[in-house]
Design a protein. Structure first.
Length: 165
């Protein structure tokens, strides 16, 4: 973008110099050439204004895309944070399940089958299953968010091509 702005500055400066030369010629009496050059200058000024408007339009589009990317980045960050929380919960539940199952095995090996250890083991297993389900759901949500973003960007990219056709 800075190159375009530099070109605009240079074109404006050149047009100003041409205008000064036209004024000097008009004062010298060469009105036919001055009128022709004035028309050429006006045409170039119009083209320059059109280029400036196009640059403004491109900047607005760039800013809109940047805002959209920032929103998507925030969405992805939130989805990943949720997924990480679910994954940590799953890890804790699985660790508790391992500890309970070890205690249950030890109790059974000693011939002391404790009902509360069996209940505790079953509760830990249920918690593990819930955590696994939640982690799967969070992962699915993250994948769906990414796919939605890709579909939206593909649709946006196809829209200008369809307008040109």
């Amino acid at each position: 973008m800075s190159e375009i702005e530099e070109y605009q500055r240079r074109i404006s400066a050149a047009l100003d110099r041409i205008g000064q030369q036209l004024d000097a010629r008009a004062e010298a009496g060469d009105t036919a050439a001055a009128a022709e050059l004035q028309q050429a200058l006006d045409d170039e000024k119009l083209a320059n204004e059109q280029l400036e408007e196009r640059v403004r339009s491109l900047k607005e589009k760039r800013d809109a895309i940047q805002e959209e990317l920032d929103a998507l980045r925030e969405q992805n960050t939130q989805a990943l944070a949720k997924f990480d929380r679910q994954l940590q919960s799953l890890r804790r539940a699985n660790e508790q399940l391992r500890q309970n199952n070890t205690a249950l095995r030890d109790a059974n090996a000693a011939g002391v089958g404790e009902a509360h250890l069996i209940n505790k083991s079953m509760m830990a297993e249920l918690e593990s299953m819930r955590a696994t389900r939640d982690a799967d759901r969070a992962e699915t949500d993250a994948v769906l968010a990414e796919l939605s973003a890709l579909i939206d960007s593909a649709s946006d990219a196809d829209a200008p091509e369809q307008e040109d056709a």
